[in-house]
Design a protein around this ligand. Structure first.
Ligand SMILES: [Fe+2]
Ligand SMILES: [Fe+2]
Length: 456
């Protein structure tokens, strides 16, 4: 018997910005120094991506996992919806969810006069705005939580979950939404349907080091939710938000698999799209596709170099600000009005890190530094390490010179790590600080780009 194959394309964090609202001037440049993603270019990138999606024969179904507009500008939504309509006119089925950046009532733009305040988008208008791109085709709708279930193909359902929590419990699902989810998963099981999910916030940390960070890197009660969904029969979840590329897998105590495929933003490093194939409702193939060429002067750079330059610019700004403007640096980390003593310490550390080589840092910790990385500026290595976390498939595996230098220095912090491990209850596990950091700078196991799984 021929295999039953269903294929779809996925993009996320399109962050469309209507260029005519204004994205230029001195204030714009200052904003962009601390920004990870493109801004002025987003219209051109989206137009190119949708032209490509309209014309491709690879799949007839397109999923978009939220953060559709740059920051909730009404005009950006209007223009983005025109792109979605063009996709439908080209014969594609389109399923979107909205997220935090889609319902900001106070978005911004810039021109020569400074910061502007274009019209925003109240959350309660999103259902009507995006009705034709998911809700109208749904077999079940949870209007309150902007979520729905759609029949993607015979035997395959999409559980499309908004998780803006109506701002009250952002980054998770409120109790009533969970009740609705459980009714949908039970129904899918009774009817012999395979269900996959799409939600904006990641469900599994995209990099081991993300498990240390609070806030928005992963859903608030992710461990509970991933276990719940996997045990209910939802084994594949498509996410975005962090603008990183990752494919992470967990197995619940009952032996059920949960796979989180987190895809990078369309408009910032590591700009990507995914092609996902379900075969016989049993096998999942994830492939990564590059964002198409777009109409923009890249100044002689490749697309990848251009996206990476903006990403690195943000990191370099932070590094420089440590030394030159510690108050601003600390403010960006949420520590406004930091005491003078802390500012001075940050400036001192910043000054050292901005000028030291990898060899010099190794010497400071009495670590033998491989000759090939001795003269590399430490600042460059730091920028690479952070960028690699978002790129996925981090390259500094066991045996590379960078591994030797970084792990050598990190081992000097073992006494501190032991205290933290005891505090976190991770002592002796693979989530203890050292092995966790080892798996952050290098990459072992499933690729973050192309992978094949058995669904359950
Ligand atoms: Fe985003
Ligand atoms: Fe987001």
């Amino acid at each position: 018997m021929d295999p039953q194959t269903f294929r779809f394309l996925l993009i996320t964090d399109t962050h469309y910005f209507a260029e005519k609202l204004g994205c230029r001037g001195e204030a714009y440049d200052e904003f962009m120094a601390y920004e990870q993603k493109c801004f002025a270019e987003t219209q051109a990138i989206n137009e190119a991506a949708f032209r490509w999606l309209n014309g491709t024969d690879l799949a007839d179904t397109v999923l978009i996992a939220g953060d559709l507009s740059f920051n909730g500008e009404a005009e950006s939504h209007r223009e983005f919806i025109e792109l979605l309509r063009s996709l439908k006119a080209a014969g594609k089925r389109v399923f979107v969810i909205t997220a935090g950046h889609d319902c900001n009532e106070h978005p911004f733009a810039y021109d020569e006069t400074g910061r502007l305040a274009p019209e925003g988008t109240p959350r309660d208008t999103l259902f009507d705005l995006y009705y034709d791109f998911g809700f109208s085709d749904a077999i079940a709708v949870d209007r309150e939580h902007l979520s729905y279930v759609a029949q993607l193909a015979p035997g395959i359902r999409l559980l499309a979950l908004n998780n803006d929590g109506n701002f009250a419990s952002r980054h998770t699902y409120p109790a009533r939404q969970i009740e609705w989810i459980l009714r949908q998963t039970a129904k899918a099981r009774e009817e012999g349907e395979t269900m996959i999910a799409m939600t904006h916030y990641p469900m599994l940390p995209g990099s081991p080091v993300f498990s240390l960070l609070g806030g928005e890197v992963v859903m608030k009660n992710a461990d509970y939710l991933t276990t719940l969904l996997a045990d209910e029969g939802v084994h594949l979840c498509l996410t975005g938000h962090m603008h990183n590329q990752s494919i992470k897998v967990k197995t619940t105590e009952k032996g059920n698999r949960f796979i989180d495929v987190c895809t990078g933003s369309l408009i910032g490093w590591p700009a990507s799209m995914r092609l996902i194939t379900l075969t016989d409702r049993e096998w999942v193939d994830v492939e990564t596709l590059p964002v198409p060429d777009f109409a923009w002067d890249l100044g002689g750079l490749t697309k990848d170099e251009y996206f990476a330059r903006q990403f690195d610019r943000m990191l370099n700004t932070y590094m420089t600000a440590m030394r030159d403007d510690p108050a601003r640096f600390l403010g960006k980390l949420g520590l406004k009005n930091a005491p003078d003593a802390l500012q001075k310490t940050v400036a001192k550390v910043g000054s050292y890190l901005n000028s030291a080589s990898v060899g010099k840092v190794c010497r400071l910790f009495a670590v033998k530094c491989p000759a090939s990385v001795k003269d590399k500026p430490f600042r460059q290595l730091a920028v690479e390490l952070v960028r690699n976390i978002f790129t996925g498939d981090s390259p500094y595996n066991y045996g590379t010179p960078e591994y030797e230098a970084i792990m050598g220095v990190l081992r000097r912090f073992s006494p501190l790590f032991s205290v933290l491990d005891r505090k976190n209850g991770t002592a002796g596990t693979e989530n203890a600080m050292l092995p966790m950091l080892e798996r952050t700078i290098g990459h072992y196991g499933v690729s973050d780009y192309n992978a094949r799984f058995r669904l359950h």
